[in-house]
Design a protein around this ligand. Structure first.
Ligand SMILES: NC(=O)c1ccc[n+]([C@@H]2O[C@H](COP(=O)([O-])OP(=O)(O)OC[C@H]3O[C@@H](n4cnc5c(N)ncnc54)[C@H](O)[C@@H]3O)[C@@H](O)[C@H]2O)c1
Length: 355
């Protein structure tokens, strides 16, 4: 039987999902779609042969659905996800980040466990072949003990991007370069580097008229002893420059690059192994398309058959990177290092303005 999916939020991210779903009709059926903007919902409905709604509760009352795909402004994932799990008992596929507050993320995880529902967060870059290869090398200890785990992305998001939807760049619903674009990179740090012990960050809003930051620089200390840095910015002008993820280990080093960390630019070990060319040749032209296809297909197989691809972010896994994001913001707000475990007090991410 086909997996029955309903989409809530028919925006930019969902357009990518739509393309994947159209290519996987032997596995799934998108039965209904919902957006506050009826026009957008109808465009999606037409493409997918689904029914269009503007009220997700009405949709879930009427339609037979197995999985709900949430691609809403990030600050709504928690609130609406909880209603989907608690009120309608549906499996949940959530765009990154899982939620903006620890409380929301923990409640989503607890509800999914309580009702034995599957919860998958979309971190598609993990499915990139070079990332999987580097993970395998790290797990086998081929690079030796990691000393430095560092990442940076210099991207351009100008005012027209932030003005394209009123939730973008707000603390309540989005956050800035770190929470929105950077959550992929923080996820990669904990996916490949493991738990973080302490962070220290500075941030500022330099080029865009938004509440949150458009530039954050942070240092990290990992439990395994490695040090790390992150530079997260949407201030690159006149265009996107690059993204990069570096691991220096005792016995070897590696650099992932490409805007979505889809290229293995460099991997060299003391014993002479050098993998850069092999993997780069296997990388597809369109990294977003490749990874999102692979990732969503794996999520569908997990929902359908319980087959768990190693890169899927399931349940509490997504909490790890959220904690690091919150700690970096907390540190920048307080101008002091933050050690784990911690609960955010000054960090504004996900905080609703007082009425
Ligand atoms: N995985 C990725 O690489 C990736 C890329 C882009 C965005 N995202 C994530 O996807 C999510 C959505 O981002 P986007 O760029 O598509 O935003 P968007 O603004 O383009 O789309 C959001 C849609 O949600 C709709 N919406 C808002 N409230 C609603 C409600 N209560 N009920 C129904 N519909 C509602 C809006 O009308 C809008 O069409 C964000 O969490 C973002 O972080 C992930």
């Amino acid at each position: 039987m086909k997996l029955r999916i309903a989409i809530i939020g028919c925006g930019k991210a969902s357009e990518k999902h739509l393309r994947v779903y159209k290519a996987l009709t032997e596995l799934i059926e998108v039965v209904a779609v919902c957006d506050l903007n009826l026009g957008r919902a109808e465009v999606f409905a037409k493409e997918l042969g689904a029914k269009a709604y503007t009220d997700f509760k009405e949709m879930l009352k009427k339609e037979p659905v197995d999985v709900v795909d949430l691609a809403l402004p990030s600050g709504l994932h928690g609130e609406i996800g909880k209603i989907v799990l608690r009120g309608f008992k549906k499996h949940l596929l959530v765009e990154k980040p899982l939620a903006l507050t620890l409380r929301d993320a923990e409640e989503l995880i607890n509800l999914s466990e309580r009702y034995k529902l599957k919860l998958v967060t979309i971190f598609q870059n993990r499915a990139n072949l070079p990332v999987q290869k580097l993970k395998e090398f790290l797990e086998k200890g081929l690079l030796g003990k990691p000393l430095l785990i560092s990442t940076r992305f210099y991207w351009k998001r100008d005012q027209s991007y932030y003005d394209s939807a009123d939730w973008r760049g707000t603390w309540a619903l989005d956050g800035g370069a770190l929470a929105q674009q950077g959550c992929h990179f923080v996820d990669m740090m904990v996916y490949l580097g493991g738990d973080v012990e302490e962070v220290y960050a500075k941030m500022g809003t330099y080029l865009s008229k938004i509440e949150a930051e458009d530039l954050l620089v942070g240092t990290l200390r990992f439990k395994n002893g490695a040090l790390g840095t992150i530079e997260a910015t949407t201030c690159a002008r006149p265009k996107d420059i690059k993204a990069e993820f570096v691991v220096l280990g005792e016995k070897g080093s590696s650099i992932l690059s490409g805007f979505s960390l889809d290229r293995l630019e460099y991997l060299a070990l003391d014993d002479g192994v050098n993998l850069s060319l092999d993997l780069s040749e296997k990388n597809p032209e369109n990294p977003y398309g490749f990874a999102i296809y692979q990732y969503l297909k794996s999520a569908i197989l997990f929902f359908k058959e319980g087959a768990l691809a190693p890169y899927l972010s399931v349940g509490e896994d997504a909490l790890k990177s959220l904690k690091v994001i919150l700690a970096l913001y907390e540190s920048a707000e307080r101008n002091r290092p933050i050690s784990f475990p911690f609960r955010p007090r000054y960090c504004k991410l996900g905080r609703k303005p007082l009425a």
